[in-house]
Design a protein around this ligand. Structure first.
Ligand SMILES: [Zn+2]
Length: 438
């Protein structure tokens, strides 16, 4: 959903500053974690998910703009989607992407871009230009969700990198301006800076009007599903991580991070329905890093959620490479969306992280009032080649440009092909997934 205005939270965020100290610890492009997949902690009793605060109203450009990714629904789409008609069919589109991983090289690019494009910059950083090429896809979704992999530092720093991240909060207003509506925050890095880092991260998201799911400042927040309102349709977002890189859950706060536990997830989805959600999306931060096939935990969680009848969309991140999209019954499962913004691909052995995707799932209201997935579309994107400025590249747009020739075309065509191969590895094209072509 599009948000061009200055985020209301920037002034507040700036007041949180402790001065520009710079990088005391270099952010590296190292892996997200070096620890093995952790065993989920004991499940929390109780239900619910996530963020508090008023239900966001989804109005504006996204509601008014045609959505080219929408399918021809079974029922005719009303000309005015803000009005419910018994004969009409409301649709809701949800776009998801991969990890926001602010390695040092990403922050350096934001610093350089702040000098040449100062509009919107804060603390000497502007992340917007890096996201600009994919903004139109993200902004036109009714709901666009990113994954904020790491905790945010106070305004101006100090920042730290792997293994315990604390990254510039200036990325948040840029994500908002790019069209994201919510971020998931349950990852193996959620407590890298303890409960204080977790809490500050959610404060910054709140201040910038971004919903969040996956980590919690209180038990009440944990038990209140993150809910978004799309022209009167309530969409719930739940998120879970596989573990905390061996760090302990904050003392006395077993609810601080949502961890993968199938009975708990099923109970949360049911509770979200009871709270009025008409569409329930579940994000899973898990899998084996740099492995393109989903692991047993991912598969078992997806199967249980898809068969529950309470979940409409399942998607994941953490492994940094694209994993396949599949459909279990009527429920789409995007096992791993790879990264969103990062610089891991500058390490030759991590070249596979360069190929990315956005995925958009459209839900249409049936005559029984239930929303069901009626379209799924993946759009291959990538980080720019390391010989170019660090940018997200919209591959269908770039490859449609006849002026892109030679080695450059060959390189980006290879990234496009890599994305398509990964996304379709389980045959999702035969189940209705479409891939955006140049
Ligand atoms: Zn991760």
């Amino acid at each position: 959903m599009s948000h061009l205005g200055m985020p209301s939270g920037r002034t507040r965020s700036a007041r949180l500053g402790v001065g520009a100290i710079g990088y005391a610890v270099l952010l590296t492009v190292a892996a997200c974690t070096s620890s093995p997949v952790a065993t989920p902690s004991a499940p929390l009793t109780g239900t619910g998910g996530v963020s508090t605060g008023p239900v966001a109203s989804k109005t504006g450009a996204a509601a008014a703009s045609p959505a080219p990714t929408n399918p021809a629904p079974t029922n005719p789409t009303p000309t005015n989607p803000t009005q419910t008609s018994p004969a009409g069919a409301r649709t809701v589109s949800i776009t998801v992407g991969g990890d926001v991983l602010l390695h040092e090289g990403v922050v350096n690019q934001a610093r350089a871009d702040a000098k040449t494009q100062p509009a919107g910059a804060s603390n000497g950083l502007n992340f917007r230009p890096m996201f600009a090429e994919v903004r139109s896809t993200i902004a036109k979704a009714d709901v666009a969700i990113c994954n904020l992999e790491t905790p945010l530092a106070p305004a101006g720093g100090p920042y730290t990198g792997y293994p315990t991240f604390s990254v510039p909060q200036d990325v948040v207003p840029a994500l908002k301006d790019t069209g994201f509506d919510a971020c998931t925050t349950a990852s193996n890095h959620t407590v890298d800076k303890g409960f204080a880092g977790l809490s500050h991260t959610l404060d910054v998201l709140d201040a910038n009007g971004l919903k969040h799911a996956g980590s919690n400042r209180s038990l009440q927040e944990r038990n209140t599903p993150a809910m978004m309102d799309v022209r009167g349709v309530k969409v719930a977002l739940l998120a879970y991580g596989y573990g905390l890189n061996g760090l302990p859950m904050p003392a006395g706060k077993p609810w601080a991070v949502n961890l993968i536990d199938i009975p708990t997830m099923l109970a949360d989805a049911k509770a979200a329905r009871a709270a009025g959600a008409q569409i329930v999306a579940v994000a899973i931060h898990g899998g084996d890093e740099y492995v393109s096939a989903p692991n047993a935990q991912q598969r078992s969680a997806a199967k249980a959620l898809a068969e529950s009848g309470d979940v409409d969309l399942i998607y994941g991140h953490h492994v940094h490479v694209l994993q396949p999209i599949d459909k279990i019954g009527d429920v789409w499962v995007a096992y791993g969306m790879g990264n969103f913004v990062h610089k891991q691909h500058s390490i030759p052995k991590l070249k596979a992280t360069q190929a990315e995707s956005l995925a958009t799932f459209t839900f249409t209201e049936g005559s029984d009032g239930r929303f069901r997935a009626t379209a799924a579309e993946a759009r291959p994107i990538a980080m720019a080649e390391t010989t170019e400025r660090l940018r997200l590249v919209d591959l269908p747009t770039l490859l449609a440009d006849k002026a892109v020739t030679g080695a450059r075309r060959t390189a980006y065509q290879a990234l496009y092909d890599r994305s398509v191969t990964a996304l379709l590895a389980l045959g999702a094209n035969a189940k209705g997934l479409t891939i955006v072509k140049p």
